[in-house]
Design a protein around this ligand. Structure first.
Ligand code: UD1
Ligand code: CA
Length: 461
């Protein structure tokens, strides 16, 4: 089979988005529209991927730079889809199959493109088509009495009879490059829009006696483009539903597949349960038996087997990542920031924030606390309202809390400081010096009581 070279048209303006950002950089599932198209092209093992840029070219190229096999060709000005592909022709080797895709059509399945390429087979022009109840605006597939494709007629150029045709061209084709190039050279702009229509190559193929194949699909979402915020939102839901269905097919139990958002990749083990309104971003993995409560936002984290993330928890590992160990429980209303590493059976409760800190197996911070830049030993109990003062205004310092320490409520641990193993810190202490193992350390003024204390009286005038 001939090598595959993909051309992605991405030079158009996208006026109806009413956005300063180039259309193809708007996101679905956290990924730019055109990135979806590139990723699909990668799964075809494309030899090269040529993105045609125009409007916002610099921004688009910067956003997509550094991807294997991807190159850019500029189209200035934009004189139509045929003109766009003409710009790419010099970089397309004659021995390949050119697959034409649009940067604003993100949800085409790789299997569909493979079937289209199989129809092309390095020998004939193959068009991806489908029948629509309302074909307004699309190019119509004109067939002869034998059902052979004769032409694509653009809506604006179509006769009444042609407008009645409901089979439309999706904008996606596969064509042997050696045939494509001479056809591109013959395009003109003598039509209603005064554009160079790529679709005119169909009539050249017919005139040359070359076969034209149509691969007909019935799943509209695969060819839907994004032209407006309404269409962007509709495709976002379609994409999310696809992901929800794929997860459920693996056995993941979703409380409601319509209330899940995966903006990245989510790997799940067996017997995972996810409640409503959860958002997953970046790369997240959930081990066997993990349960995620409602309204959690989880990004760049590994949640290990049997852990429970309760309602309203926010986890974002960013680059450093977050790990939640086996059988740990986090939340409700907890916040885990980059570098939070929780061991097995750790408990982190409501309004607890953890950043760049490790908590060894069995450690607990159940209420209203902050742990930043801390190393917390096994079975430590970290009291309500306690914080690490890890930042002196210029530098960050570490707090080490050794195994089995109990930190009382409302303590301030001024880093750098080490609390020796098995020690106890009295509630309300501000700890500025290391504490001895096994000791009770208290750092607050002694309580005094003044007997028979007379409260001040209000002065009468
Ligand atoms: C095109 C097809 C039409 C098909 C429809 C499917 C042509 C002439 N018509 O029409 O048959 O039914 O797609 O959606 O091809 N672009 C460029 N440079 C240009 C013009 C367009 O890169 O000079 C890009 C656009 O950014 C877009 C894609 O090509 O990604 C399609 O362009 P668009 O103007 O949307 O084509 P349609 O008129 O919709
Ligand atoms: Ca279009």
């Amino acid at each position: 089979m001939a090598a595959i070279d993909v051309v992605i048209m991405a030079a158009g303006k996208g006026t109806r988005m009413k956005s300063s950002m180039p259309k193809v950089l708007h996101r679905i599932g956290g990924r730019a529209l055109v990135q979806h198209v590139i990723d699909t092209a990668q799964t075809l093992a494309a030899r090269r991927i040529v993105a045609i840029t125009g409007h916002g070219a610099e921004t688009v190229e910067a956003a997509l730079s550094g991807q294997a096999g991807l190159q850019f060709v500029r189209q200035m000005p934009q004189l139509g889809t045929g003109h766009a592909v003409q710009q790419a022709a010099p970089v397309l080797p004659d021995d390949g199959i050119t697959v034409v895709l649009s940067g604003d059509v993100p949800l085409t399945r790789a299997e569909t493109l493979q079937a289209l390429i199989a129809q092309c087979a390095g020998e004939r022009l193959a068009l991806l088509t489908l029948t629509m109840p309302d074909p307004t605006g699309y190019g119509r597939i004109v067939r002869d009495a034998q059902g052979q494709v004769r032409a694509i007629v653009e809506h604006k150029d179509a006769s009444e009879a042609e407008r009645a045709i409901r089979e439309i061209y999706s904008g996606i084709m596969a064509v042997p490059t050696r045939l494509l190039k001479p056809w591109l050279a013959r395009l003109d702009n003598h039509n209603a829009q005064q554009e160079y229509y790529l679709t005119d190559i169909v009539k050249f193929a017919v005139a040359d006696g070359q076969a034209v194949a149509a691969h007909v699909i019935d799943d509209r979402v695969q060819v839907d483009g994004v032209n407006s915020p309404v269409q962007l939102a509709a495709l976002e839901r379609a994409y999310q539903l696809r992901q929800a269905e794929a997860l459920m097919a693996q056995g993941v139990r979703l409380a409601d597949p319509a209330r899940l958002d995966v903006r990245g990749s989510l790997d799940c083990g067996a017997d995972v349960e996810i409640d409503v309104n959860c958002v997953f971003e970046g790369h997240v993995s959930l081990g066997d038996g993990v349960r995620i409560g409602p309204n959690c936002v989880i990004a760049n984290a590994r949640i290990e087997a049997g852990a429970v993330i309760q309602a309203m928890t926010h986890i974002d590992g960013e680059r450093a990542g977050v790990t939640v160990g086996p059988q740990a429980t986090v939340g409700p209303f907890a916040r885990l920031r980059p570098g939070a590493q929780l061991g097995a059976e750790v408990h982190v409760g409501n309004f607890v924030e953890i950043k760049n800190s490790s908590l060894a197996a069995g450690a607990k911070a159940n209420h209203l606390a902050y742990l930043g830049d801390a190393t917390v030993g096994e079975r430590v109990n970290y009291g309500a309202g306690s914080i690490t003062a890890n930042y002196d205004g210029a530098n960050k310092h570490r707090t080490v809390i050794e195994a089995d320490v109990h930190v009382g409520s409302n303590c301030v641990l001024v880093a750098p400081v080490t609390l020796g193993a098995g020690g106890t810190i009295g509630g309300g202490s501000t700890i500025t010096k290391d504490t001895a193992p096994g000791a009770l350390s208290v750092a607050r003024s002694k309580q005094v009581s003044l007997a028979n204390w007379q409260r001040p009286q209000k002065v009468k005038r």
